[in-house]
Design a protein around this ligand. Structure first.
Ligand code: BTN
Length: 244
């Protein structure tokens, strides 16, 4: 059973969910109209003043207390959510691409971002907070506030979309194959992920382990790890990083 908690304004749905993780059931969704301190990956800011956009977090507790969680594809849940969002966008006739690991772009412009935070207390898995920001209805003025190319559903379709409807579509899509994904992992979405993979065979610069690495994107392996051929020809596996 999915439970939805709606907040008018909070610091961040991820922060709030982490603070209240013990009181939140598995499959709780926290949605906010606005966030005062919306966060992105690598401590970036996620501007969250437009209540027409989606700011939400999934609270997931697929592990019982005292059970190990290493066998679960928790790190890949961000990629799974990205594919779900891509599929919802397809229903609006929007073709999007996935920028490793989990950004969603339309013609090179970002429409959605995902921030996952694992909560572990005293060595025990307490929950996973999977935050999603999705631009639904934005004006040119809104776009000017964002320092990178961005877009929104309305800008791609030419009409305003209903937020409650899109929210429901995302939640339904996510839970439709969630159990299967937990069991089978990244391989269950790899084909779809690769079909929409952004920057394949391109030379990129990646922010990796407090350093930069440059090379050609070759593949995403069966665990969702990026395979990069560095400029000296070596293959490098990148599990956490940011393509600049
Ligand atoms: C990124 O692209 O860097 C990730 C952006 C994630 C933004 C969402 S909005 C809802 C949730 N709460 C946050 O503070 N961040 C995520």
């Amino acid at each position: 059973m999915v439970k939805i908690i709606h907040k008018k304004e909070i610091s961040s749905t991820n922060t709030w969910s982490k603070e209240n993780i013990f009181d939140l059931d598995d499959r709780t969704i926290v949605v906010a109209d606005k966030q005062t301190s919306g966060r992105g990956r690598f401590a970036r800011k996620w501007i969250s003043e437009n209540s027409d956009n989606i700011y939400m977090s999934f609270i997931l507790k697929p592990v019982k207390t005292n059970q190990s969680f290493e066998h679960l594809p928790l790190a890949n849940l961000t990629q799974y959510l990205a594919v779900c969002v891509l599929e919802v966008l397809e229903t609006y006739n929007i073709k999007s691409q996935l920028k490793w690991p989990n950004d969603i772009l339309v013609n090179g412009k970002k429409i959605s971002g995902i921030l996952a935070e694992l909560v572990i207390k005293n060595g025990q898995f307490t929950g996973l907070v999977l935050g999603l920001g999705l631009n639904l209805n934005m004006s040119d003025e809104d776009l000017k506030q964002i320092d990178k190319p961005a877009t929104a559903i309305n800008l791609e379709t030419g009409y305003k979309v209903n937020k409650d409807k899109v929210l429901k579509e995302i939640i339904d899509k996510f839970f439709e194959n969630y159990e299967n994904f937990l069991e089978k992992g990244f391989m269950s979405i790899r084909d779809k992920y690769l079909r929409h993979f952004y920057l394949l065979n391109e030379i990129v610069k990646i922010n990796f382990e407090f350093n930069f690495v440059e090379g050609r994107i070759i593949d995403v392996d069966e665990k969702g790890i990026l395979i990069l051929q560095t400029l000296n020809g070596e293959m490098q596996e990148i599990s956490v990083g940011d393509i600049l």
